[in-house]
Ligand binder design. Structure first.
Ligand code: GUN
Ligand code: ZN
Length: 575
């Protein structure tokens, strides 16, 4: 059972996505942060959270409600939304956190599921067992088996969207097995048992756990990182494909006088200045320290949330403009152990590079040695092998880049501490040679030879750059102004189709979709039969029918893996 969960991807960068989640008719933009409300000890009420932060979703604890006679009665009588005074999406947790803290809880999986059914949780959890990091292996395994049994019970009994916990301690093979099972049965998958890992700043383990989970669930699953509420890891977790976070930290930290920043935690006692200009910090300044305890906790909690939501906006903007790596390079230098996460990311670079886009508008900033394994670099180096050129320029970490390619992403906007003057690089190459090398780079070795000497290239009057390519009076390609990417028209597409055998460059669609695609409508994932794995998100692709007849050309808006895993949504925008 369970209600429907919609998820639509709006922008992608590395493994991250900006998406639109739809829960019971209500929309939540992701990556999203669910502030946790403790119904017995509210620091800020859900009403205040809605008014000040416009939050579309909060998380509360069903176990706490169940164990308090008054709250239990009220939740059962009026529902959890009325109890909280919140008409957005309400997620509830099951008591697993208490299980982790105290070793046992006074409820059963069935009882807590039924309770969440009755109080009207939009999103709920079963009683997964968060094994501790480095738990005795046999124990972690036993706890995982019980967790998976409880997941099956939830699958049968829950009327809410199940936030399905994936456990397995620090054992990556257990995580992989758990992810495989949970990912098959649930659309909202939660990386669980990572609170201790976070508290100990074991960021390298965090990367390996999240990456292992992501690699073993279908790519269309929405991913929640359970208990990940510190803004300093939002960019990292988002880059690995997490869509949801929950924060009890904003309130728990406030009680201890801890002041969150996007680069770490400070203590109010140690503050001589306030490195923030949120409404709280602007209003009080250092007098924040002089407030009486309760008010100080409330105001500090508000500050902590302002910082958290501020960082989330920064992450979304980075995804939107394709500069998430730049943000990671800065954020992961905030602590030596975060630097270890940067190293661990390198081990997942090949996988992440299959998810990333191949072109974009943002600048490529060299910001340190991690550039070696940035996803753009892995993808670009791979494509550089397709291009043969004698005239190259050194662009670490890409290596020797043909001069013919300096006007396209990521080389066009390359900036390093010893960047050369761009005009000098651009000058000496003939347009047709540039075009041929770009063809090889975009489509494969030999694509450049499809451009005969007699083509006529028209340049933009404004920028002087190539814009249109004509062959015998017919327009065969245009170049996109934003990234100089080649957009083939019918004639050039036919030549590519002839030059490169099936399944190269292709997305094949079933017969049902063919007439729609012929009309110029988008190709939806569910109609795709096969897709070339060498393609990348934002590549120009050949859309073909089951007999490999060329139907149209279009832009791929997902990675090949995503096209396979996504049951719905657009795969190719056809021209
Ligand atoms: N809160 C923090 N970690 C967890 C977890 O692993 N599972 C659940 N259900 N809640 C949590
Ligand atoms: Zn502040």
């Amino acid at each position: 059972m369970g209600s429907q969960l919609g998820f639509e991807v709006k922008a992608k960068d590395i493994g991250a996505r900006v998406g639109l989640l739809e829960v019971g008719g209500k929309k939540i933009e992701t990556p999203a942060l669910m502030p946790v409300v403790n119904p017995k000890r509210e620091v800020l009420s859900p009403r205040e959270l809605a008014e000040e932060f416009n939050v579309p979703v909060v998380m509360t604890n069903a176990y706490i409600l169940l164990r308090d006679e008054e709250l239990k009665k009220e939740a059962l009588d009026r529902g959890v939304h009325e109890l909280l005074g919140f008409d957005g999406v309400v997620a509830t947790d099951s008591g697993s956190f208490q299980l982790m803290q105290y070793g046992n809880v006074l409820t059963s999986n069935r009882e807590i599921i039924e309770f969440q059914n009755k109080i009207g949780s939009n999103i709920g959890s079963f009683l997964d067992i968060p094994s501790l990091p480095d738990a005795f292996r046999a124990r972690a395994e036993e706890q995982l088996d019980l967790t998976l049994e409880r997941a099956r019970e939830a699958k049968a009994e829950a009327d809410f969207i199940v936030n399905a916990g994936i456990q397995g301690s620090s054992y990556l093979d257990l995580r992989a097995r758990a992810a495989g099972e949970i990912g098959r049965d649930f659309r909202l998958c939660a990386v669980g048992g990572i609170v201790g890992i976070m508290e100990d700043y074991r960021f390298s383990d965090l990367v390996n756990i999240i990456a292992t989970v992501k690699r073993n669930i279908p790519l269309d699953r929405v991913v929640h990182a359970f208990g990940l509420g510190h803004p300093m890891v939002f960019s990292l977790a988002a880059a690995l494909g997490c869509d949801l976070f929950d924060s009890a930290a904003y309130a728990l930290y406030a009680r201890e006088g801890r002041y969150l920043t996007a680069t770490g935690t400070l203590h109010l006692d140690n503050l001589g200045y306030l490195p923030c200009c949120c409404p709280v910090c602007s209003r009080y300044g250092l007098e924040l320290k002089e407030l009486d305890k309760d008010e100080m906790v409330r105001e500090l909690a508000r500050h902590n949330l302002h910082v958290s939501f501020g960082e989330l906006e920064r992450v979304k903007q980075a995804i939107h403009e394709g500069s998430l790596w730049n943000l990671l390079s800065v954020r992961l230098r905030s602590h030596p152990l975060l630097l270890s996460a940067l190293e661990s990311l390198s081990e997942h670079g090949e996988w992440l590079s299959t998810l990333d886009r191949i072109t974009g508008k943002s600048s490529f900033y060299y910001l340190g040695p991690e550039a070696e394994y940035r996803t753009e670099v892995i993808n670009a180096r791979d494509r550089l092998r397709r291009v043969d050129s004698e005239r190259t320029i050194k662009m670490p970490p890409f290596g020797d880049v043909p001069l013919e390619l300096t006007s396209i992403y990521p080389f066009v906007s390359y900036m390093s501490p010893d960047s050369v003057e761009r005009e000098d690089v651009y000058a000496p190459v003939r347009d047709i040679e540039r075009l041929r090398a770009m063809m090889d780079y975009q489509f494969g070795s030999g694509a450049g030879s499809l451009i005969p000497e007699r083509v006529r290239i028209k340049n933009s009057r404004r920028t002087g750059r190539m814009r249109w390519v004509y062959l015998d009076g017919e327009l065969i390609a245009s170049l996109r102004a934003s990234d100089n990417w080649i957009i083939p028209k019918k004639e050039l597409a036919l030549r590519l189709h002839e030059r490169f055998p099936y399944p190269l460059l292709r997305v094949s669609v079933d017969d049902e979709a063919k007439p729609f695609v012929e009309e110029g409508r988008s190709v939806f994932c569910k109609f795709v039969l096969e897709i070339d794995d060498n393609l990348r998100c934002m590549d120009e692709v050949l859309v073909v029918d089951t007999d490999d007849n060329l139907i149209r050309v279009g832009t791929l808006h997902l990675s090949p893996g995503e096209v396979r895993d996504y049951g719905r949504g657009m795969a190719v925008r056809v021209r």
